[in-house]
Ligand binder design. Structure first.
Ligand SMILES: Cc1cc2nc3c(=O)[nH]c(=O)nc-3n(C[C@H](O)[C@H](O)[C@H](O)COP(=O)(O)O)c2cc1C
Length: 192
């Protein structure tokens, strides 16, 4: 069975609206993929600051970090679930990405340019937004960022499934927007 890794950066346990979209999609994807979920919580990964950079420069990267980056690089598909925060995504996800961005594991360069080393052919990004910002809006910064990351790591096509305006909608409108995103996501997952 092919391998799919979910990077879950939803911080509101139990009540996450992003996970309300994510969970049915994962049930569908489990029919075709072996799924490993990495749940971020903000305590687990050290920011890549001066100390971590100095350790890297000295040739030391913690074994668990290398092992995780190798699993990311070997995954056939990636799913990232993250709410829209501060016009972007939660910093815990960026910290995780910086930890996984390891030379000769997720990318390399040949002296003149870089090359992605990941096996992944498609990345599914699942999100919810409080404001009325649709995917493709210039203020929606995350899909373009993930496309750029996909170029660096070699992740293939980036597909976004989103529900927006959730902080300014009634409970029934929220349910309808989430249901619509699930339906759209399930159709994508059949081909994913
Ligand atoms: C810390 C924080 C920052 C947020 N920043 C934004 C923002 O800049 N723009 C926006 O549209 N929504 C913002 N929101 C609203 C969330 O995107 C929205 O409520 C989303 O549905 C939360 O997803 P969740 O239920 O999975 O946690 C923010 C929410 C939180 C908790």
């Amino acid at each position: 069975m092919k391998k799919l890794i979910v990077i879950d950066a939803c911080m509101r346990d139990g009540e996450s609206r992003t996970r309300r979209i994510l969970n049915p999609l994962l049930e569908k994807l489990a029919e075709r993929y072996e799924i490993e979920t990495i749940r971020l919580d903000g305590q687990d990964w050290q920011a890549v600051g001066r100390r971590v950079l100095a350790e890297r420069a000295a040739g030391h990267v913690p074994e668990e970090t290398v092992a995780m980056a190798r699993r990311i690089a070997a995954a056939d598909r990636l799913v990232i679930a993250a709410p829209f925060w501060d016009m972007s995504f939660p910093a815990v996800l960026k910290v995780f990405i910086e930890n996984m961005s390891l030379f000769n594991i997720t990318f390399r360069d040949n002296g003149t340019s870089f090359e992605g080393l990941c096996r992944c052919e498609r990345l599914l990004y699942v999100t919810t937004r409080g404001m009325n910002l649709r995917t493709g809006d210039p203020l929606e910064t995350v899909t373009p960022y993930l496309r750029a990351l996909s170029l660096l790591w070699g992740l293939g096509e980036v597909i976004t499934v989103a529900a927006e305006n959730l902080d300014y909608s009634s409970p029934s409108e929220i349910d309808a927007r989430i249901d619509a995103a699930v339906a759209e996501g399930l159709a994508i997952c059949r081909e994913f």
